[in-house]
Design a binder for this molecule. Structure first.
Ligand SMILES: [Zn+2]
Length: 325
């Protein structure tokens, strides 16, 4: 009995010492709790609002664990047509940098988000980055007739499918990150150099793998692939849409059939989000194979990052042509 009392007392003393130690530790930490090292690591990251998955992927390549990139659209959504939902407005408000394709691709929803965002995200500011302002543009119209509903009035905005453009945009992105987060400037510049070198090596490989595709005639649903076609030296011979953004009509498809009667296309390509009806109709009429290309990061299971996106795209195109792997 006495032994039990003794142990009970000893246990209580130990508990008191422990409580005291906890209190001391708490007050010891308290004065330093405002130091960023104690803050949640997410708060220190540069927050990127990317309009499309390819730019979120590029931001992550250049920023690594110093940035947190959010993509406003997924690979299964048509970036021309999404809604400026309150959740997107809230994300844009919290962002340090906005990166989009630009050239009116996001004209239906991005201006609302920018209006509600901070002064650092306004046009001309460090946090406002439009890829199409930086790269050589294709299909710039001589005369824009907006009444016809052309949704590419400033040229073709789907610029990411030429991988050289990713290097151009990546370099500017590294500069912007360095300006926003000067402490980590060397990390951004090193990561860009590493990305650029890996990308240039991959480009050489892709160009040699895809050499057989040069000059091959292609029909597209929407002009989403013009930069890919141009880069690989393929030949775009028509689009199922009469104008970018105008859904295919029977009269336009019949005209295209007539045009291609003597020199048919080898393949019809569309994105994961384009409707398949016109592709299937055209394929049945002509016997030309219709395929879906991933178009962006996450467009299919195999296209998990920017490198995999081009690997997969070239593999799918080559399979279509029965070129030996
Ligand atoms: Zn478009």
């Amino acid at each position: 009995m006495r032994a039990a009392e003794f142990f009970f007392k000893l246990k209580e003393e130990k508990m008191n010492i422990l409580r005291f130690a906890v209190i001391i530790a708490f007050f010891a930490v308290l004065p330093f709790s405002h130091i960023p090292a104690f803050a949640a690591s997410d708060q220190e990251k540069v927050k990127v609002f990317a309009c499309e998955p390819e730019w979120a992927a590029l931001a992550q390549e250049i920023g690594g664990d110093k940035v947190e990139a959010f993509a406003a659209t997924s690979a299964t959504q048509n970036p021309h047509y999404i809604r400026a939902r309150p959740s997107l407005i809230s994300k844009a408000r919290k962002a340090d940098l906005l990166i989009c394709s630009g050239a009116s691709l996001e004209i239906g929803w991005l201006p609302i988000l920018i209006r509600k965002a901070s002064s650092d995200l306004q046009p001309g500011s460090i946090g406002y980055l439009m890829a199409s302002d930086l790269v050589p543009m294709l299909e710039i119209p001589v005369v824009v007739d907006r009444s016809m509903g052309d949704i590419h009035p400033e040229g073709n905005p789907h610029v990411h499918l030429n991988p050289y453009n990713l290097i151009i945009v990546g370099e500017v992105l590294a500069d912007r990150f360095s300006g926003i987060d000067p402490e980590n400037a060397s990390s951004y510049r090193n990561r860009f150099r590493d990305f650029s070198s890996r990308m240039q090596k991959a480009i050489s490989r892709w160009e040699s793998e895809a050499a057989e595709l040069k000059g091959k005639p292609v029909v597209v649903h929407h002009k989403s692939f013009s930069y890919l076609i141009d880069w690989l030296g393929m030949k775009g011979v028509g689009a199922l849409e009469p104008k970018p953004g105008i859904p295919p009509t029977t009269s336009h498809l019949k005209n295209l059939l007539r045009q291609l009667r003597n020199s048919p296309a080898d393949v019809i390509i569309r994105t994961p989000y384009d409707p398949d009806k016109a592709s299937k109709w055209f394929s049945e009429k002509t016997g030309t194979r219709a395929i879906v290309l991933p178009y962006t990061v996450g467009g299919d299971e195999q296209s998990g990052d920017l490198f995999a996106l081009f690997d997969r795209t070239i593999t799918l195109l080559k399979e279509t042509y029965h070129v030996r792997q």
